[in-house]
Design a protein around this ligand. Sequence first.
Ligand code: ADP
Ligand code: MG
Length: 441
Amino acid sequence: IWKELEESYRKILTVPSFNAWIDQATPISLVNNQLTIEVPSSLHKEYWEKNLSTKIVETGFKLTGEEITPVFVIQNNEPIMEDKPKEETTILPEQAMKNGKKAYLNPKYTFDTFVIGKGNQMAHAAALVVAEDPGATYNPLFFYGGVGLGKTHLMHAIGHQMLMNNPEAKVKYVSSESFANDFINSIKNGTSEQFRQDYRNVDLLLVDDIQFFAEKEGTQEEFFHTFNTLYNEGRQIVLTSDRLPNEIPKLQERLVSRFAWGLSVDITPPDLETRIAILRKKADAERLEIPEDTLSYIAGQIDSNIRELEGALVRVQAFATMNSEDITTSLAADSLKSLRPISPKNQLSILAIQEKVCEYYHIDLKDLKGKRRVKSIVLPRQIAMYLSRELTDNSLPKIGAEFGGKDHTTVIHSHEKIQQLLETDISLQKEVKDIKDLLTN
Ligand code: ADP
Ligand code: MG
């Protein structure tokens, strides 16, 4: 019966809808004509009950001659793994794509390229409801959550989907800063009427990162009116922020309360499974050959920001190309190792090195920079000079100057001395390595 149901849903639903509702649901049992279906969230349950359950009764009756009653249970928090990457990628129709560009939508940010997982499935489902039925359900729809977790992506996906369903729809995407700038310019240039036309004459308004409305009184005032006009005409509004409306400092109370009229959904960092799925999807899209364990390795290294996760993949890819090697876990480890202290040369100061060395050998900074020639001070001094040369971009005279005005030849000499010692002296090797680690972590 489930197979049959899947087939009939596939016929009536768009691909993203199918992926969101049907694919995310699991049939559990059929006992006493009661079909139990597990769904990931309360939002899914509601949607199934409202929109999809008649089909179950219909199909059930057709197949069994009995009246089948669907029952929906909400899954506990087990991560959802897709058993296979989705192959179907709908190409956006040309017109929808063109209109998308006019609306400033990123062509890559569609539902197709969005990986559903723990942390974003509720937001994804809500986005879909809104895209398929704008203005009618959750208005405004408000996404909040940390940086790089997919808020902008989902928001654009709504725009694309709406244009796919109706290429004539007027969609507008702006960051809250652009909104503020447009508003201020319209006042300066005496084009307020045009501004209102632009913003109040749309079917879908997407405003990104509204935390930047904080403290902008005039802009908030204008947005309040924009919001009211759109809302009263049943146009869809979608907003994002890094936090809940009531946590945005200096956001007018009347805006806070309006934003709560619809649905607020948070997006939380993806779990490991989801991160792997995202990497796999990107790798497939770029036609990269990457072994599974390497994908897991990369996903294990970067755990909270999807933008960084993508960056890591790009980095590994670039590293492989540069070295004409295949992508393997050890290559990934090499290329990501250099990611941590991004460029120690630019970040470390001579003083930081001196202080660490002093701390490590329990000596005074004054002595380190001074002229005393006792061994317990000379060696740390030389090590500090050595590290200053190795880990920073400073010139020899500059390093000398930072060590109480020593000559640049002293720096060269110290550097050479330590280099020589390091070749054979195992305990010194360890000490230098310890200090380096302290400095770079
Ligand atoms: P935010 O707006 O929350 O800071 P973005 O929407 O800009 O984050 O997402 C950052 C990057 O991560 C984008 O390139 C986006 O395509 C990608 N991304 C985020 N979430 C997903 C996801 N679930 N599946 C695929 N890519 C994602
Ligand atoms: Mg964003």
